[in-house]
Design a protein around this ligand. Structure first.
Ligand SMILES: Nc1ncnc2c1ncn2[C@@H]1O[C@H](COP(=O)(O)OP(=O)(O)O)[C@@H](O)[C@H]1O
Ligand SMILES: [Mg+2]
Length: 250
C-alpha cells in the first residue's frame, strides 16, 4: 500500500449556487496518522471530507487515495478504501433494522451467512452496542448516540483503510463522548476527524489542521497548535478547556 493514503493538492470546490467552499487545500496524510481538522462553521471541513470518497468532485486540484487518482474507474476501490461517517447518522442509516444496516456494506462485498453475521456482531461490539440487544432494533427508534454508533459500525464493517469522521462527538452526552474517544484511540486505521471539540482532538489526533474559508491556515502537532491562544482566537476558536489553566496560557 502507498505510504500516503491521502494526498490532496490545491483542491478547489464551489457549490452549484456559487458558494466557494474550498479555495486551494493541500493535505498529505501518512499511513496510521490521526489528523484533526478544525475551524469555524462554514470553513469547508465537511466539503473537504465529501471529496475523499468521491461524493463531491474537485473542480480544480488533485486527489489521490491509496495511490490512485480520483477517477471514475477507481471509485469502487476508493469507496472501499475510505470509510466516511457522516455528521448526521440519519444521512447514513437507511435500512429498517440495525442488523440490515451494518450488514449492507459487507454483504455487497460478498460476505454472507455465518461470516456476515460474525462481522456484524464484531462491529456492533466495537462501537459498544451489545449485539443481542441491538441487532433487531429499528434504527429509526434509536437515540442519536446509538444511531451514531450504528452508522460507525456500518462503516467499520467494510474494513476501510482510512476512517473519516465528520463531527463525531457532536450531540453526544459525556459518557458516549468518552466511549467514542476510546474507540477512536483504539482504531488502528489512518483517521481524519473534523471537530469543534478541541479537547477530543487533543486526545485523538497527533496532528491538527486549522482551516478557515476553504484554506489551510495552520498544520502541525496538535499540542502546539491547540495551545496557541492567539492563533485559535484569531480564527474563531478557543483554547481547549483542558489547556485553559496551563501556565503558558494563564
Ligand atoms: N449544499 C451546499 N450548497 C451550497 N453551499 C454549501 C452547501 N454545503 C455547504 N455550503 C457552503 O460551503 C461552505 C463550507 O461549508 P461546510 O463544508 O459545510 O463547512 P464546515 O463543515 O466547516 O462547517 C459554507 O459557506 C457553506 O455555507
Ligand atoms: Mg461541517
Amino acid at each position: 500500500m502507498s505510504h500516503r493514503p491521502v494526498v490532496i493538492e490545491d483542491l478547489h470546490y464551489t457549490y452549484p449556487d456559487r458558494t466557494p467552499a474550498l479555495r486551494g487545500i493541500s493535505l498529505m496524510v501518512e499511513t496510521g496518522q490521526s489528523v484533526g481538522i478544525v475551524g469555524p462553521n462554514g470553513s469547508g471541513k465537511s466539503t473537504l471530507l465529501l471529496h475523499l470518497n468521491g461524493l463531491l468532485l474537485a473542480e480544480r486540484g488533485r486527489i489521490e487515495i491509496g495511490g490512485k487518482p480520483m477517477l471514475p474507474a477507481n471509485f469502487a476501490f476508493i469507496r472501499r478504501f475510505v470509510g466516511l461517517v457522516f455528521q448526521n447518522p440519519e444521512d447514513q442509516l437507511f435500512m429498517p433494522t440495525v442488523r440490515e444496516d451494518v450488514a449492507f456494506g459487507p454483504q455487497n462485498l460478498g460476505l454472507k451467512g455465518e461470516l456476515l453475521l460474525r462481522r456484524v456482531r464484531e462491529c456492533l461490539e466495537m462501537v459498544g452496542l451489545e449485539p443481542a440487544r441491538f441487532l433487531d432494533r429499528q434504527s429509526y427508534n434509536l437515540s442519536l448516540g446509538e444511531k451514531k454508533r450504528v452508522a460507525m459500525a456500518g462503516v467499520l464493517a467494510m474494513e476501510p483503510e482510512v476512517l473519516v469522521f465528520d463531527e463525531p462527538s457532536a450531540g453526544l452526552d459525556p459518557r458516549s463522548r468518552r466511549r467514542l474517544i476510546r474507540l477512536i484511540q483504539e482504531l488502528p486505521q489512518t483517521k481524519l476527524i473534523t471537530t469543534h471539540d478541541l479537547d477530543m482532538a487533543l486526545e485523538t489526533c497527533e496532528r491538527t489542521v486549522l482551516v478557515e474559508r476553504g484554506l489551510v491556515i495552520a498544520d502541525g502537532p496538535t499540542d502546539g497548535l491547540l495551545n496557541d491562544r492567539i492563533l485559535l482566537e484569531s480564527h474563531g476558536l478557543e483554547l481547549p478547556l483542558s489547556l485553559m489553566r496551563s501556565p503558558q496560557n494563564g
